[in-house]
Design a protein around this ligand. Structure first.
Ligand SMILES: Cc1cc2nc3c(=O)[nH]c(=O)nc-3n(C[C@H](O)[C@H](O)[C@H](O)COP(=O)(O)OP(=O)(O)OC[C@H]3O[C@@H](n4cnc5c(N)ncnc54)[C@H](O)[C@@H]3O)c2cc1C
Length: 831
């Protein structure tokens, strides 16, 4: 929410006679690294009436026992950008407060002991450059020169990151707290928040054991307590505590105090110097969830019992890499709790449906390094009423409410801790807490040898194994085992007909007397069409950024169906509720579960459906962009003539109780047309050949609709205007110097995934946001933003440049274009 006080930032917290604050603008709950970082950064933005409350003492949650590693390179670009800020912050806060933070830029070495890991390290090194991080790839010999206690025997290579370091978590937190106080914040220890009050979906205050504080915002920074505190207000904060271990050796004479931190993810271990000793910590598979029934009320500076049986196999593994670890004695076996989320990513942002309720929790054992950037991001989010950068991967709105389930989290937490250091294979699937959301067709698809992947709890067929082949992933950075099967599915859709189960689509009904006006205000396209038409549109924010990418089907005068991706339903529902003007009569209902979506796609789809329906499916009766109810077998469906694969086809919305019948009929009729089941990997390769964007990858709330290349959907002059119009109009006049382009590699061998740097004539101009191998084109195709410093990005500018995409440090020549590589005139979808 923008600062609306008469004298922004100057207001001081009101107090009762006993000095206890009775009012504040924002109450930050939790005095760990994250809470103090949020409080400090709020004061940096000029907010003075900030109160931080901590139930015990500062740092007494998880922060005090962090190992102090400050790593900057994370699994993704955005997370690395957040983590990068920590070292800058630690140095700065030390200067400001005069309190030491123990920060030392020791550098770090990231070892690879397998070819797969080496590929991952090289891909990470390419991404690091995008983030402005220094990184040097070194040989095993050089790594051993830098780290003489290392046995180089199996080391394939390593990355050296000179900017990484270590710091003292308690000292950093105290320094941030002091800096926050210097900025006007009040910090209250021994004050437990017992409740958060809300009125009409807005936070109004907090209750504590010492009194109530009226406030406009709260930030739940309570670490492993956050789920329980959230539950009191029905805010889903899916995280679970896990035991987490490190050991400290006895003093080792002559140990070099300046050794970099050593990370050996293949050994699930890291090693750092700690005042003349070595500390070795673990990210082992099969972690031990803790306190499933709730964090004990008196928990403070918690130390859990050691577990040598659990940790010894991993210590032995680490000792093969660093032999001295097997020779020395151990002074400390530390076991402390830390919270983990279902996808190993933080939970940040404003809770959907709870205005003013912010969350910054779930730090998956990288919260000490991550808390600096996360704290700043959340403070900016509060002050500006929007995230400062694309934070979708850590946004609280990505979670489905069911994910707060204790049992679900327990199972997943056994896996997520180890995944931090395990291989981050492309397409890697979770193995725990699966099978939660299944389409009515699930068992039938399983019987056809579907290999399922999970998204938002949904089990979705990613690919189908042929008879006799087990539907299991064999991961690598190259062509994985399913590659040829997905290629056949892809070809079947291009040349014949394929069937996709797209039931996981989020489906939102917007209805009411003013539904057209309300939705028209939110959509950039014109949705005031005749009933029976489908409109592709984006929802923009005030900055012109794309908040959602959806289709809107007008079902009746006063009824619209919004279809979005499965992961976005919560976010999109929230956006609708926030933006429907309050005096408009329009309601919003999530109807995802009511209909199964069977997509029949390909040049023979019309013939197939016509063979089992009396409906007229001709272009005249049912053109592209139209929707009609049609009979299918003995059942029926709403047939939507639309596509995400770029072929003639229909998405069939079937009431769930009819779903298996309609499916069986399609499959039976499909035999004559060699109907092939196709999965999400084929869907992805088909869509990328058409350069169809994917929200969350190829566009986000920080990419405008013009930058995304979707200006053609915008109804600039529709009556009543739309959210974001002014911003994009201005940009249209000024010209677009950053634009989504299609990059097709010349060499058919390398595979892009995302976050690969894009070079033009030797200059770094952007990065790939999503990619897949295009089986029709025969090359890897990526979408990515490119930036031009001296004018707009145009087709001519792209054609005039020599483009390369950096794949695992190798620059691969590529063609850059604004047009889709496949059927750029859309002839096939209108066939
Ligand atoms: C063994 C171990 C090693 C680690 N090593 C590293 C590392 O090297 N690098 C790294 O980046 N990260 C590391 N971590 C992770 C890091 O410690 C955490 O991610 C981070 O400390 C989380 O900070 P936080 O502020 O979210 O939570 P916490 O520090 O737990 O703070 C939450 C606070 O909220 C308070 N609170 C809870 N409920 C209430 C309430 N109702 N009212 C008021 N206050 C409340 C609690 O008392 C607590 O102090 C490690 C973790 C462990 C366990």
């Amino acid at each position: 929410m923008a600062d609306t006080s008469a004298t922004p930032g100057i207001r001081a917290a009101a107090t009762a006679g006993n000095g206890f604050p009775t009012q504040a603008r924002v109450v930050v709950i939790g005095g760990g690294i994250v809470g103090t970082s949020v409080a400090y950064h709020l004061t940096e933005r000029g907010w003075r009436d900030v109160v931080l409350v901590e139930r015990k003492r500062l740092t007494s949650g998880t922060t005090w026992h962090a190992a102090g590693l400050v790593g900057q390179l994370r699994a993704t670009y955005n997370m690395s950008m957040l983590a990068r800020y920590a070292s800058e912050l630690f140095e700065d806060v030390e200067r400001r407060t005069g309190l030491g933070t123990g920060f030392r830029r020791s550098g770090s070495i990231l070892l690879a002991t397998t070819e797969g890991r080496w590929e991952e390290v090289k891909r990470g090194a390419s991404m690091a450059r995008l983030c402005g991080l220094d990184v040097e790839l070194v040989s095993a010999t050089r790594a051993t020169e830098m780290w003489p206690l290392l046995d180089p025997a199996e080391v394939v290579g390593a990355a050296f990151l000179p900017g990484d370091g270590v710091a003292n978590p308690t000292d950093v937190t105290q320094a941030l707290a002091k800096a926050a106080r210097m900025g006007g914040a009040r910090i209250l220890e021994h004050t437990t928040v017992t409740g958060i009050s809300e009125q009409n979906g807005r936070v109004t205050g907090v209750s504590t054991e010492r009194g109530d504080i009226a406030c406009e915002y709260i930030v739940n920074c309570t670490g492993m307590w956050a789920r329980e505190l959230g539950a009191r207000n029905d805010v889903a904060i899916p995280l679970h505590a896990s035991e987490h271990f490190y050991l400290i050796t006895e003093p080792i004479p002559g140990l070099d105090p300046d050794l970099p931190v050593l990370r050996s993810p293949d050994d699930t271990a890291y090693v750092r110097v700690d005042t003349g000793k070595l500390m070795v910590g673990f990210f082992e598979p099969g972690a031990k969830p803790w306190a499933t029934d709730g964090i004990p009320a008196d928990a403070e500076f918690v130390t859990l019992p050691p577990d040598w049986d659990h940790i010894t196999p991993f210590l032995e593994r680490a000792a093969r890499r660093v032999p001295i670890l097997g020779e020395v004695g151990y002074q400390l076996h530390f076991n402390g709790p830390e919270s983990f989320t279902p996808d190993d990513r933080y939970i940040l942002g404003e809770a959907p449906g709870h205005r003013g309720y912010f969350v910054a929790a779930g730090f998956n054992s990288v919260g000490f390094a991550g808390g600096g950037g996360a704290g700043r991001a959340v403070a900016d989010w509060l002050v500006d009423d929007h995230p400062p950068m694309d934070l979708w991967e850590v946004d609280i709105r990505r979670f489905m409410p069911f994910q707060r389930s204790r049992r679900y989290l327990y199972g997943r937490t056994t896996e997520t801790l180890g995944l931090l250091y395990d291989m981050h294979w492309p397409f890697r699937q979770y193995e725990t807490s699966r099978g939660v959301r299944r389409s009515p067709l699930h068992d039938r698809l399983a019987a056809r040898n579907a290999c399922f992947g999970e998204v938002g709890g949904w089990e979705r067929a990613n690919w189908y194994a042929p008879p006799g082949v087990e539907p299991r992933y064999e991961y690598s950075y190259g062509r994985q085992n399913w590659f040829p099967y997905a290629a056949e599915e892809h070809r079947a859709v291009r040349e014949g007909v394929g069937l996709f189960d797209q039931t996981s689509f989020g489906k939102i009904l917007v209805q009411g007397r003013d539904a057209e006006r309300a939705l028209g205000w939110i959509c950039a396209a014109d949705i005031a069409v005749e009933p029976g038409r489908i409109v592709y549109t984006q929802w923009l924010n005030d900055r012109g950024g794309v908040e959602a990418d959806v289709t809107v089907t007008r079902l009746a005068e006063d009824r619209f169906l919004v279809v979005t991706t499965g992961t976005q339903a919560v976010r999109d529902m929230d956006w609708l509720r926030r933006n429907i003007p309050s005096d408009d009569h329009a309601t919003v209902t999530d109807v995802t579960s009511g209909e199964t979506v069977i997509s029949v796609m390909g040049p023979r789809s019309r013939e197939l459906l016509a063979s089992m329906s009396d409906a007229d499916l001709s272009n005249e009766a049912l053109p592209f962009g139209a929707v009609r109810e049609i009979d299918l077998g003995l059942g029926y469906a709403r047939a939507a003539r639309t596509t995400y694969v770029g072929e003639l086809g229909w998405e069939l919305y079937v009431p769930s109780e009819f779903a298996t019948h309609v499916y069986d009929e399609i499959v039976a009729a499909g035999e004559a047309f060699r109907l092939r089941h196709a999965g999400y990997h084929a869907l992805n390769s088909l869509r990328i050949e058409k350069a169809y964007r994917h929200w969350g990858h190829d566009m986000s709330d920080e990419d405008t609709v013009l930058e995304s290349g979707l200006g053609f959907t915008v109804a600039w002059d529709k009556p009543g205007g739309f959210v974001g119009r002014e911003a994009v109009l201005q940009q249209r006049e000024a010209g677009v110097s950053r634009r989504l382009a299609v990059l097709t590699l010349d060499d058919p061998e390398p595979l892009m995934y995302h976050n690969e740097p894009i070079w033009r004539d030797g200059e770094l101009v952007g990065r790939i946001t999503s990619a897949m191998f295009g089986h029709t084109i025969g090359r890897s195709i990526g979408l990515g933003y490119v930036r031009r410093s001296d004018g707009p990005v145009t087709a001519d500018w792209l054609a005039a440049g020599g483009f390369e995409v950096e794949v695992a440090t190798r620059r691969v020549p590529a063609a850059a274009s604004l047009r889709a590589p496949y059927d750029p005139t859309n002839a096939r979808i209108r066939a």
